[in-house]
Design a protein around this ligand. Structure first.
Ligand code: NAD
Length: 440
């Protein structure tokens, strides 16, 4: 059954709610069947999605598979492997006054109809990974891809109804007016990935219906590089993490804090790392992406004056290419340090050492991720204990979000709630408390 665009948001939600009320989405067999179908979509039509990602973001095929298509397949496989165990009721001890024959447990109930609103930077993964969790938890889902990645949005809108149960999973395409109309409807959970300004709009709209929200937001994720670390390794890992998807990654290292002596050596190592990863002309590298649109290109270009260009600093507006750039001697109050960069510009800011870095981080919004490169266990554990961030990576940026058994989410300005693996079940279910006392 195909439901073309004239269907209004209220009708979409009513249709899905009617399906949910029949109980169709609740059996584990339906859930795993939907997950297998989604897996088939990704494996059979991966090349269509990779082509769309290339059209929208200049994503190379290897990167498209690694960070979007195969990533989501792994999330599905992990969920299929463990779902029955995750859903098992969890017994709770019963106090003596209820008698020895009383039992108690928690069980997961699906919530109902959930809304997933996705951004443009990983437009496949960030739409489908929450959908995996929502389906695994037994819900009906409205999925809203980002209009700023139009080729991917169109591909998903065409493919999802061809593979999944159209009475339980709907794709609504569009931008602000369409999302605003959707948000006026009553959902049982709203899962939003994007920026904090829209996050507030989403939360306000959800409040009207007392709908719980998950907000996967962003912010400036800092890196601390301690003295006496192997800067060749640090620079290679930083450059790979920072310049993936041309820096348009929510957990990308945003800026580096290090002491002045290390800063000079790190700068040299980063220049070498960029050259060895992308060659003398990164615009010719098939694995180097493009900026999503001209507005973001202009925003990023205006940040290039915030420091001394150590490498990069060039771009081409017509093709939305911006070179992998390292900025040295960056003033903490300069424009590049005032907002999330979300592009291929890596500023190095100097601090006296770990103490000052901790103060610097704590003076700002709680980041989505924090990365620490240090040989000192004391420094590592101190930074963990004295700062707050959504996630923490020692020695390797980005990778924590590929561990399916870790929750992925922010804290404070970087968001609320989390998902991936069993944490998606927590997010998209109600944990119902049950007490049972035999009648005789
Ligand atoms: P975006 O512009 O694609 O917006 C995200 C979604 O919000 C889209 O579906 C869009 O249609 C919708 N939207 C936009 N304006 C709206 C409005 N006024 N009312 C209702 N809906 C609206 O994406 P973006 O915000 O540019 O994404 C970048 C941000 O997302 C960065 O801050 C980044 O760090 C963050 N991000 C976070 C994560 C995470 O997992 N925590 C992942 C990716 C991106």
């Amino acid at each position: 059954m195909n439901h073309p665009s004239p269907e209004q948001p209220a009708d979409v939600v009513a249709r899905l709610r009617a399906t949910f009320r029949t109980g169709r989405t609740k059996p584990v067999a339906w859930r795993t069947d939907q997950l297998r179908r989604l897996r088939a979509l990704l494996t059979e039509r991966g090349d269509d999605l990779a082509a769309a990602l290339h059209a929208d973001l200049g994503k190379g095929r290897t990167e498209a598979y690694r960070t979007e298509i195969d990533f989501t397949v792994r999330e599905i496989d992990h969920t299929l492997e463990h779902l029955t165990g995750w859903l098992r009721p969890d017994p709770a001890p019963v106090p003596a006054h209820l008698g020895a024959d009383a039992t108690a447990w928690t069980q997961y109930d699906p919530l109902g109809v959930v809304l997933v609103i996705a951004p443009w930077n990983y437009p496949v993964q960030l739409l489908l990974a929450p959908v995996v969790g929502a389906l695994a938890a037994g819900n009906a889902v409205v999925a809203k891809p980002s209009e700023l990645a139009p080729a991917t949005s169109a591909a998903l809108a065409a493919l999802i109804p061809a593979y999944l149960d159209t009475d339980a999973v709907a794709v609504v395409e569009g931008g602000v007016p369409e999302t605003t109309a959707l948000l006026a409807e009553r959902f049982d959970h709203v899962f939003y990935t994007g920026n904090g300004t829209v996050g507030r709009i989403v939360m306000r709209a959800a409040a009207e219906h007392l709908a719980p929200v998950t907000l996967e937001l962003g912010g400036k994720s800092p890196v601390f590089v301690d003295r006496d670390t192997d800067l060749g390794v640090v620079a290679d890992r930083l450059a790979r993490g920072k310049f993936l998807n041309a820096g348009q990654t929510c957990v990308a290292p945003d800026y580096v804090l290090t002491d002045p002596e290390t800063a000079g050596r790190l700068e040299t190592a980063l220049v070498q790392a960029v050259q060895s990863l992308f060659g003398a002309d990164p615009s010719a590298s098939p694995e180097y992406g493009r900026i999503i649109n001209e507005r973001h290109f202009d925003r990023l270009e205006s940040l290039l004056g915030s420091g001394r260009v150590a490498v990069g600093g060039t771009g081409d507006r017509a093709t939305r290419y911006l070179a992998p750039t390292v900025l040295a001697d960056v003033d903490p109050d300069s424009p590049v340090m005032r907002e999330e960069i979300f592009g291929p510009i890596l500023p190095i800011v100097t601090v006296a050492g770990a103490d000052e870095a901790i103060g610097f981080i704590n003076d700002r919004d709680k980041p989505l991720a924090l990365y620490v490169f240090s040989e000192s266990e004391e420094t590592r554990t101190r930074i963990a204990a004295e700062t707050s961030s959504g996630g923490l990576g020692y020695g390797l940026p980005l990778a924590h979000l590929t561990v399916s058994d870790l929750p992925f989410g922010g804290v404070g300005e970087s968001g609320m709630g989390s998902y991936h693996g069993r944490y998606s079940i927590e997010t998209f279910s109600h944990r119902k408390a049950v007490l049972a006392k035999p009648l005789h």
